[in-house]
Design a protein around this ligand. Structure first.
Ligand SMILES: [Zn+2]
Length: 464
């Protein structure tokens, strides 16, 4: 995208986004050809549907503008549906089975990557596209070897065998951007294989720093900007060193799309906001909403960059729900709801960062009260802090939900007492997820879509 258009978009005026939507959406309605030259498949990992209205309210409060996804929901030319997300062995899927279902066209057991319940290796969509000269890109805020990107291009009996997944992107995905450098680093891999050198030899530019990404002109990229997952957006924003080293999801998306839109070759780009899922596991509403806004910034970038490209299909969805966060009405006649919700914006750190800092320097109840006050912007009751202290020390406390009787569950509930937010547990859920799409072929993603129908729809739209 040229600078002036990017600047126009980044001014954050609702009008500028709205003015772009009809171009990308209205011009590619149901009457358009079903073939697309390229597909951008965006995944807000673990995003229960209740996250959408909360992130909209959060964006309005924090940035005085709507989210791109909310605007798509209210736009007449975008297609919407629900994704049926089960795996082959559970009503509740994990990310590995979910991404594998999209990619291979088959539901498989949780924790496996494109391996069937009979132990058979299934062809990933990345492997299929490779034979048809369709370019593949994987952009994520998790380790690039994590389940969702891996599902599009790798096979592994165990999703956690990331040493095994890392070499499989060689010449299968041209653009690989995210975290997880430890799985490419000879000093950290079990087999001491130097994958950075192997990728370089295969023509990839290896990037480790945000500045390198912003300066690069190379067509093939392997960018790993952290040893593990990229930091939560809320923690990145609080640490200038991290903000300098780690690109945002929108920046990585722009880098990938710049390359794919520069030629007329077909492509599939997966963009994953991975840490929304992790924040939901941690019942951390502040981290979750900040990462959802970062995902939405990437979506806004995609909408702006494809505005002049009606030949591109954009699909936005989630692989499964997680802990189903929601805003509860509080106060008489629910009149304190907004005031409570608005406290979320005072958070300055993720629960992960708070619990890590407590672990490195524990103290007494008043120290914990002070830490929460400083990090989350509300003052917990003494009883709340002392119960949390008990769980952190592994002592029993009165909590009848097995899902919530642990430090993340309890901290989530305490935070809920002050912000009005509630959670069903700390794990994935069976709820269907929202799927929105625009561009050629989007009509195929209306109504109830099973996750194992996605592969055929994507390949058909690409004409493969
Ligand atoms: Zn998860």
């Amino acid at each position: 995208m040229n600078l002036s258009r990017r600047r126009l978009f980044q001014t954050g005026l609702a009008g500028s986004l709205a003015s772009m939507l009809p171009v990308s959406a209205a011009s590619v309605g149901a009457s358009s050809p079903v073939r697309a030259r390229g597909i951008i498949f965006m995944v807000s990992d673990g995003m229960s549907s209740g996250v959408l209205p909360m992130s909209e309210a959060f964006s309005q409060q924090l940035r005085k503008r709507p989210t791109a996804w909310w605007q798509l929901l209210s736009g007449p030319a975008t297609v919407h549906g629900l994704m049926d997300t089960a795996s082959s062995d559970s009503l509740v899927t994990d990310s590995a089975a979910a991404s594998s279902a999209w990619s291979s066209g088959q539901r498989i057991p949780n924790s496996q990557v494109n391996i069937s319940d009979k132990g058979r290796e299934l062809e990933s969509i990345g492997a299929t596209l490779r034979t048809q000269n369709v370019r593949l890109g994987l952009v994520t805020t998790s380790k690039v070897t994590h389940a969702t990107p891996a599902g599009f291009a790798a096979n592994s009996v165990d999703r956690n065998d990331e040493d095994h997944i890392a070499p499989q992107y060689l010449d299968r995905a041209e653009l690989v951007l995210g975290g997880g450098s430890k799985f490419f680093d000879a000093a950290k891999r079990g087999d001491r294989r130097d994958l950075f050198a192997e990728y370089r030899k295969a023509g990839y530019e290896v990037l480790r720093h945000r500045d390198e990404l912003l300066a690069s002109n190379s067509p093939k990229l392997l960018g790993t900007f952290a040893s593990d997952h990229l930091p939560y957006s809320i923690d990145r924003a609080a640490d200038p060193k991290l903000a300098k080293k780690v690109p945002t999801l929108a920046e990585m998306t722009r880098a990938a799309l710049d390359r794919f839109l520069a030629s007329d070759k077909p492509f599939l780009l997966q963009v994953e906001g991975a840490r929304i899922d992790h924040a939901a596991h941690a019942n951390d509403i502040g981290a979750l909403l900040h990462d959802q806004l970062a995902f939405d910034d990437a979506l806004a970038e995609v909408i702006a960059m494809t505005a002049a490209h009606p030949e591109i299909l954009v699909v936005i969805t989630s692989d499964h729900g997680n802990a189903n966060p929601a805003l509860n009405g509080t106060g008489a006649a629910y009149r304190r709801t907004n005031e409570h919700f608005e406290r979320i914006a005072r958070a300055r750190a993720s629960h992960e960062a708070i619990l890590a800092s407590w672990k490195s320097k524990p103290g007494d109840t008043s120290d914990l009260v002070a830490l929460i006050e400083k990090s989350l912007g509300f003052t917990p009751e003494k009883e709340e802090a002392s119960a949390l202290l008990d769980t952190l020390a592994g002592r029993e406390f009165a909590e009848w939900s097995h899902q919530l009787s642990n430090p993340p569950g309890l901290l989530g509930q305490i935070s809920g007492n002050h912000t009005g937010t509630g959670w069903t547990g700390v794990s994935h859920t069976a709820d269907p997820t929202v799927i929105s799409s625009f561009g050629p072929g989007s009509a195929a993603f209306s109504g109830l879509v099973r996750n194992d129908q996605v592969r055929d729809k994507l390949l058909e739209t690409l004409g493969v």
